[in-house]
Design a protein around this ligand. Structure first.
Ligand SMILES: NC(=O)c1ccc[n+]([C@@H]2O[C@H](COP(=O)([O-])OP(=O)(O)OC[C@H]3O[C@@H](n4cnc5c(N)ncnc54)[C@H](O)[C@@H]3O)[C@@H](O)[C@H]2O)c1
Ligand SMILES: N[C@@H](CCSC[C@H]1O[C@@H](n2cnc3c(=O)[nH]cnc32)[C@H](O)[C@@H]1O)C(=O)O
Length: 420
């Protein structure tokens, strides 16, 4: 057992090992990155603190970092993102885990603090963060650990927004890499990953058909584009709601209806939020929805759907299927999938392995970059250098038997010049 791990039930480990082995086998990019870049001694004796959903792909990332010499400790941003069998298996593989699906959601910060204490108490550390949870605590309740932290790398769009807010306020005390903003992350994870896994979670948990359904996507960023595309591919009739007119126009050009959310409420049968913002679907929206409307959130914050408002507006609620709650609104039923938290993780198995293989190759290289260069970077939000992003894409293309050309020196000169 990873020393001082806290998991719900260690006897669940065998199932967790099988899931992790499957993820490892289908992660060619992370495996190449491990063999070619991570074993250069950078991680020897370094602490790596990780806040991510505890499932098999996350587990494999942490195992790879531990095998490269790091002392890795991991916790989940909340109990709804914990697979207990994976947590149990991980604890047997040399990673310290603080995670239980039965933990009190209000105590999630305590587990993140344990991670910080373990990795940065007495040695240098880097952080792999989710919605800036570890970083927020390092700047508040664990300030004493700040000098030990070489930097953090952020997984998701909403987290990067928090880091930029800290940078604007001038309070960031170590450098950050916006892993989410690497092209090998958001172009695949946010778009295809969320597209596939959010739609799959809705279909599996409701056991209803996608073909013919009127599905409304709120937010047409990278996640929204993926959701719209996968739903349309399955035959849904997709409408899009946006606040950015250019994104709205993009959705129109992609073949979707674009309309204000209140209007969309009257026609939609399934609603999926993916904005990263608050109060996107509220009581005034629920009041206009048809009987049987299905709601799910695929954004990285838990306030896109006003679940408290839905509860207050309804005369009662009950779980009608696993992960599906039915609300009674004066005879009309509204169904919420996955509690209004990020549906592909709370009511599904997260993104496909091949997607997280790319994302976690980026994260591993972000941690490696921070470990080597964190001291020299300003306390700002940085991008992973483009060459590293390109290298990850090259490795993936190679793994699927494909490849790209290189510019000739004449082409480079032509593109860089202005004289005819
Ligand atoms: N489910 C997942 O696994 C997953 C994966 C990646 C990112 N995310 C999260 O999903 C959210 C979106 O990420 P993204 O990368 O697509 O971000 P993005 O910035 O590319 O897109 C967000 C879009 O939402 C629009 N928007 C904002 N407020 C709106 C409102 N009230 N109504 C309609 N549209 C609105 C914005 O104009 C923007 O186009 C973030 O919270 C991110 O952290 C989730
Ligand atoms: N945990 C956050 C929400 C995360 S947003 C979603 C992020 O989860 C990541 N993600 C999606 N699927 C998986 C998975 O299967 N494993 C680990 N991370 C995932 C993805 O990269 C994305 O940026 C919360 O507190 O609400």
């Amino acid at each position: 057992m990873g020393s001082d791990s806290i998991v719900r039930d260690p006897s669940l480990a065998p199932d967790g090992h099988r899931k992790i082995d499957w993820a490892a086998e289908h992660s060619p990019v992370l495996n190449r990155v491990r063999d070619e870049y991570l074993k250069d001694g950078t991680f020897e004796g370094l602490g790596v603190g990780v806040a991510l959903p505890i499932e098999a792909k996350t587990a494999y990332l942490t195992i790879v970092l531990a095998e490269a010499g790091a002392d890795v400790s991991v916790a989940s941003p909340g109990p709804f993102f914990v697979q207990d069998d994976v947590a149990a298996a991980l604890a047997e593989r040399g990673v310290t885990v603080y995670a239980s699906s039965e933990a009190d959601p209000l105590e999630a910060d305590r587990e993140l603090e344990r991670v910080l204490d373990r990795v940065a108490g007495g040695r240098d550390a880097v952080l792999i963060d989710d919605r800036a949870g570890l970083t927020r605590l390092a700047h508040t309740t664990r300030k004493g650990l700040l000098p030990r932290i070489r930097g953090s790398s952020e997984e998701t769009t909403s987290g990067v927004a928090k880091f930029r807010a800290m940078e604007r306020e001038g309070v960031l005390e170590f450098p950050t890499l916006a892993a989410n903003d690497a092209r090998c992350k958001y172009l695949f994870d946010n778009r295809y990953g969320t597209g596939q896994s959010a739609i799959t979670a809705i279909m599996q948990n409701t056991n209803l058909m996608m073909g013919g359904k009127r599905l409304v996507v709120l937010g047409y960023g990278w996640c929204g584009k993926g959701i719209a595309r996968y739903a349309a591919g399955l035959g849904a009739r997709v409408s899009v709601c946006e606040v950015d007119p250019v994104r709205g126009l993009e959705a129109y050009a992609d073949g979707f209806d674009v309309l204000p959310a209140l209007d969309a409420c009257e026609r939609g049968e399934i609603f999926v939020t993916a904005t990263g913002s608050t109060d996107v679907l509220t009581r005034e929206h629920f009041e206009r929805m048809r009987d049987g409307a299905i709601l799910a959130n695929a954004g990285g914050v838990d306030v896109e759907i006003d679940v408290d408002g839905l509860r207050e507006a309804s005369s009662g609620s009950r779980e009608v299927r696993r992960n599906v709650e039915e609300f009674d609104l004066e005879g009309r039923k509204i169904y919420l999938v996955g509690r209004g938290l990020v549906v592909n993780l709370t009511a599904g198995d997260g993104h496909p392995v091949e997607i997280m293989d790319l994302t976690f190759a980026i994260q591993a290289l972000c941690a490696h970059h921070l470990a080597n260069n964190g001291h020299a970077l300003e306390n700002r939000v940085h991008l992973l250098p483009k060459e590293i992003d390109d290298e990850v894409a090259r490795i993936k293309l190679d793994a699927v038997g494909m490849g790209v050309d290189s510019l000739t020196s004449e082409q480079e000169e032509f593109l860089a010049g202005w004289r005819e």
